[in-house]
Structure formats: C-alpha cells, structure tokens
Design a binder for this molecule. Structure first.
Ligand SMILES: [Fe+2]
Length: 353
C-alpha cells in the first residue's frame, strides 16, 4: 500500500515516512511542496493521504478538496495533521473530505493505529469496488445475451406471421433498421431508439388472423377482402396491448398505427397529424419504402430513386413531413450496407395492405 505525505516541514515528512515504512507492505511518497503535490495528484497512486493543515500557498483544506475532486481518489482515506485544537477547524476539515485527524507532535502509536485501520478500510473498499466491477461485467454480459434472444424471438415470430415465408425476414429486419435511423434523426429518446428496430418488426403481426386466401392472393384484393386485410392493424395492436415491456408497448403502438395517414385518410382509426403516434408515423415511411423496393408476386421491385420519389410525393399526405425530411437527410444511411438493401433477398411477401 502507498501513503501520500504532504507537509511543508521536511523533518516531519522524514519522520512520517520512517513511521510508515515500519508498517507491513506500506511505502510512501513525500512532498514538502504542496503546490507540486497538488499538480501531480492526477498521476499519483496512493491508498492513504497524510496532509498537514497549515502550509504556505496551498493549505491542507485546499489539498483535501483537490484530492476529493479526482474521481479515482474520491474514497481514499485522508488524515489531517494539525496542531489546531479549534472545533470549527475540525468540522471544516471533515466537511472538506478528511476522514481523521492526528495532532502534532505526532505520537507513533497513534499514527500506526490510524494508518493501519484506515488501510484496512481501504482494502475492503477496493475489494468491494472490484466485486462491483466484476458483477457489472457479468450483468452486462447476461443482458446482452437476453437482448439478443429477445430480438431473435421477435424476428422469428414476426417472420412467421409475415406470410409464413422465410424469405421475407429481410424486409422486416430492414424496415426495423430504417425505423431506428429515422427515430435517431428525429431525436427520439435513447430507449425508444433502442427498442424501435425490434418493435417495428412486429408491425404486421396481426396478419396471423387474416385468412390465407386473402393473405396469399396473388392479385389485387376486392373491396371486401381489403376491409378484412385492413383489420390486421387493430388485431396486431390487440395482440400486443397491455404489456409492461417498452419493446412490446412500442410494438403495439406501431402495429395499430402504421397504416394511419398524416391527412387522416388511413386506418384503422383515421387519425391525422400528430394524433398518430410518432413511432407509427416513422414505421409508415419505413414500411412503404421497403415494400416498394421489394419484389412481390404481382410486381417488380422499384428502383431506390423511384421509391424515394414516391415517399417524397406523399409528404404531408400519407406521411408526416418531418419523417419524410428525416428520411431524405438519412437516405444514404438507410440504403447503405448495414441495412442490407443491397442484399440478395428482395423476395415477395403478401400485399402490404
Ligand atoms: Fe401492415
């Protein structure tokens, strides 16, 4: 263990270093110049500090405050050495962050008892800190595994309901990533930005309740079939509603609102403008854009530019203008490599009704 000694009297420093050397496994570094000690505090490693109260230029109080201001020294025990008997001086010293006092002239027995006890405290403190760091690492590791499993389960279930076609997994993953980029660009909170790429993958989960003859119909739907198809939004919201988990709550919000239109002409509720949850407004842009650039049984994929122009043409009609502006600002990121738009998988899925 290392002791820091600061006293403007060289004889006192020498005496303290001599006494410290008699304690097992204890070394010391001494300063007679408090200014030098102050300047070197950030680079010094020590487990206890013995600081004289009365010193020129920088006094003991200032030094204690400086030690406490450095995060890794924040809990190092500090003993103030003073001849001052005044009670208010002691209170001031404790308030500044000192842990104990030693009166001059120093009694070697007192010094040994104080230092040994405070170093034992320091050791226990360090053991606790190491344990806390170890536990945090373990918790972070377990959390990463849990989050990865959660994301995988959502993706697999969403893919299963996405027309039960394994080739459509790329659409929901890309759409989720686009949602995250838009959420970040629009300044949504970090928790929402973390949850939205996974939550958005459940946007069409209500299609699990749509009959196959409608879901898999290769051509355009009749008006009656369209009405049935459109129930997937409310159904999805109902499936996901009532959860305490943010991920599922955002999933419910998106499922129930990703077909609402900014101008109020969407479904299921015909909400308009900011009455539509922002997550749903984001998902609407991401879903339509990705559907346009994907091959479908009844259509070829549009080019990225044509799909982008369509999104722009619906600014203020189907889509929130702010979402479209964010989409344009981040277009290169959205169609970049990370979002897999350049990947081979562009195969169809049932109609995005
Ligand atoms: Fe949908």
């Amino acid at each position: 263990m290392q002791a820091l000694i600061v006293d403007d009297n060289a004889t006192n420093v020498a005496l303290l270093q001599c006494l410290i050397a008699r304690i097992d496994n204890c070394q010391s570094i001494g300063f007679t110049d408090a200014v030098e000690a102050l300047n070197r505090l950030p680079e010094l490693d020590f487990d206890i500090a013995l600081v004289d109260f009365v010193m020129p230029e920088v006094d003991g109080l200032q030094l204690v405050k400086a030690i406490r201001a450095i995060p890794r020294h924040a809990h190092v025990p500090i003993v103030m050495i003073t001849t001052a008997e005044a009670r208010d001086v002691r209170i001031e010293t404790l308030t500044a962050g000192a842990n104990d006092f030693l009166a001059k002239p120093i009694d070697p027995v007192d010094l040994r008892a104080r230092v040994v006890n405070l170093l034992a405290l320091r050791k226990a403190q360090q053991a606790l800190e190491q344990r806390a760091v170890h536990l945090q690492v373990e918790v972070d590791k377990a959390l990463r595994v849990l989050v990865a499993r959660e994301e995988e389960i959502v993706w697999r279930l969403s893919r299963a309901t996405e027309g039960r076609d394994p080739e459509t997994g790329g659409h929901i993953r890309r759409m989720g990533l686009t949602c995250r980029i838009l959420a970040e660009e629009l300044g949504l909170g970090p928790e929402t930005c973390r949850a939205i790429p996974v939550a958005a993958q459940m946007h069409d989960i209500g299609k699990v309740g749509i009959p196959d003859y409608i879901l898999f119909k290769p051509g355009p739907l009749t008006p009656d079939e369209r009405v049935i198809m459109q129930t997937h939004a409310a159904l999805g919201e109902e499936i996901l509603s009532g959860s305490d988990a943010l991920l599922v709550r955002i999933g419910a919000e998106i499922a129930g609102s990703h077909h609402e239109h900014w101008n109020g002409r969407g479904y299921p509720r015909g909400l308009a403008g900011e009455a539509i949850p922002i997550t749903g407004r984001i998902a609407a842009v991401a879903d339509v854009f990705d559907a346009l650039i994907s091959d479908r049984p009844y259509k070829r994929a549009w080019t990225l530019e044509a799909a982008r122009d369509h999104v722009v043409s619906e600014r203020g009609r189907q889509f929130d203008p702010a979402c479209v502006d964010a989409f344009l600002r981040r277009f290169d990121d959205i169609v970049g490599r990370d979002t897999d738009f350049a990947g081979p998988e562009r195969m169809g899925r049932p109609t995005a009704a």
